[in-house]
Design a protein around this ligand. Sequence first.
Ligand SMILES: C[S@@+](CC[C@H](N)C(=O)[O-])C[C@H]1O[C@@H](n2cnc3c(N)ncnc32)[C@H](O)[C@@H]1O
Length: 257
Amino acid sequence: MYSFENCGPLFQEMPAFLRKNKYQNVTDRKATIFQPAYNTDLDTYTYFSQHPENLQALIKYMGLEQDVRGRWLEAYPFEKHTQGWNPNPEEALFVDIGGNVGHYCALFRKKFPEIPVRIVLEDLPGTLAHSLPTPGVDKLGHDFFLPQPIKGAKFYHLGWILHNWSDEKAKIILHQIKLAMTPQSVLLINDMILPETQIPAFATALDLVMLGACGSLERTGQQWNDLLADVGLVIQDANVYDHELFHGEDYPMAGQY
Ligand SMILES: C[S@@+](CC[C@H](N)C(=O)[O-])C[C@H]1O[C@@H](n2cnc3c(N)ncnc32)[C@H](O)[C@@H]1O
């Protein structure tokens, strides 16, 4: 359903759009393939907020993605980063920024059922209206271009967020998080790291969807380094958890990164 509702029109429109634009890259999310494909001036997420069928298709697809992308919770060494951290119950352990309806907050709560600290789901109010009723997860309507209201959380999580945004916009999102972080905070970015060449088909297709839907991109290791360095952040560690590599393709991806 996601493919038919939210990707099909992009791929139908793409050849004519690229021809007309002489195959130049696009970074303006309000002047990309989405607008002629959906006959709108709106950007993707504003359009989705006004079109329940597209919003529901996105929510369903993000739910399905848990089967592969939810594995990060098993691969990440949380305990290593929480040793010596003594929060009071008001402090947040995990803030999922742009966390959709809360699939990863629910998995996180399931993994750490006993910990008496806050888990916070943030997204736009229209998406939060459909959020999962997970006990122990606070919900907060928040636009990630504005100052982050939860200060000093242990983990901030951005799952498939930055690939929706051009470098210029991604830097604003990152900057707002950086301002809220303390030296104990960790920013978890859950996104692909593309190899420089021989990019597998699924990753290539998703990169084209990002171009068409958002004027954005999937990034290589170098592109991630450059983006984060521009806001004064440094990659400490990269954990590869998709052991079927790019959703099932047997390919030696950027695991060496
Ligand atoms: C591709 S989905 C990723 C969802 C989830 N993080 C995951 O990994 O499954 C992008 C999410 O960003 C949210 N979003 C878009 N613009 C936003 C904004 N300005 N502020 C907060 N959330 C936003 C959307 O509502 C959507 O839930």
